[in-house]
Design a protein around this ligand. Sequence first.
Ligand code: MTE
Length: 338
Amino acid sequence: MLIKIAKPSDLHESDVTPESIYLSRRRFMGGMVGLGAGLALSGNVNANEDYSDVPEGNAPTWLKEKISETEWRAITPSDPEKDTLTPFDDASGYNNFFEFGSDKRDPARHAGSLQTEPWSVVVDGEVNNGGRFALEDFAKPSQFEERIYRLRCVEAWSMVIPWLGIPLADIIKRADPTSKAKYVRFETLVDPEQMRGQRSSFSIIDWPYVEGLRLDEAMHPLTILAMGMYGRELPNQNGAPLRLVVPWKYGFKSIKSIVRISLVEEQPLNSWQQIAANEYGFYANVNPEVDHPRWSQATERRLPNSLFRTNTIDTLMFNGYANEVADMYAGLDLRTNY
Ligand code: MTE
């Protein structure tokens, strides 16, 4: 069991947060707020998960304020040997963001050209309450939460990242879906002037990058829209200003720099499925028992690693979140629905 879902009344910050982290967190948090009503997640955390040396970003004032009010709600990975936080430099220096190139270092090199302020998000489709929202208005009604999650890429590398964001369920509830809404479809910005990968004639992606979730997956309390990580706003290469985080699915589901969220009746065709449907499916649940056609998914390379320290660990079913999510897939053949 890797995540304990506790009643808010069961959980105190002192139970889940070693002093070193608590103190470093106070660097950016004006004041801790108590746990509100609703779901609280807790788990063990390691004393070395202090990221007080991460450089301050350049967030707009409203985002700094939201971050300063963050609730400490979830610390999920719990293996004290393996689940230490990935250093910020690795999490922000080794990325997949094809809008800026296909090399792992391209996003950090080139995503600075992306203008993330102002930013707006369209919520549309099968909703009663849609519209175009300035990111600030979109985020403001929700409480920011910190979630430390594993991120397992389909390419068999992984990291552990402390995200800051809001439950996607908040946004969906506010949009008031109609009875026809069965899936959620997400789109990334298309702007070849700012995104050099979209100008490349070698690109295999038919822009925009698209992802999708079933409505129950989107409403799951582990599913968040992140606007920050490591106590600051998202670096552009990690999907600023708004990205999806679905920790039990392969990383390609975590779509970056979102501009549209649509509630739809039909299962969306996600970008990687469109490119190679025999290799990448709609579900993309982390599953060590179902290999990629070209490599095993039984193990993963936990970053940072090197030639001398391969840091290979076993991959866990649903990336270690089986207790929380397996019920959603009861009766579904996970081999054919990869
Ligand atoms: N979102 C967009 N728009 N474009 C992308 O190329 N890559 C995906 C996902 N989201 C991608 C994206 C893949 S394959 C992974 S593994 C994760 O982002 C990587 O997130 P990270 O760079 O923050 O580790």
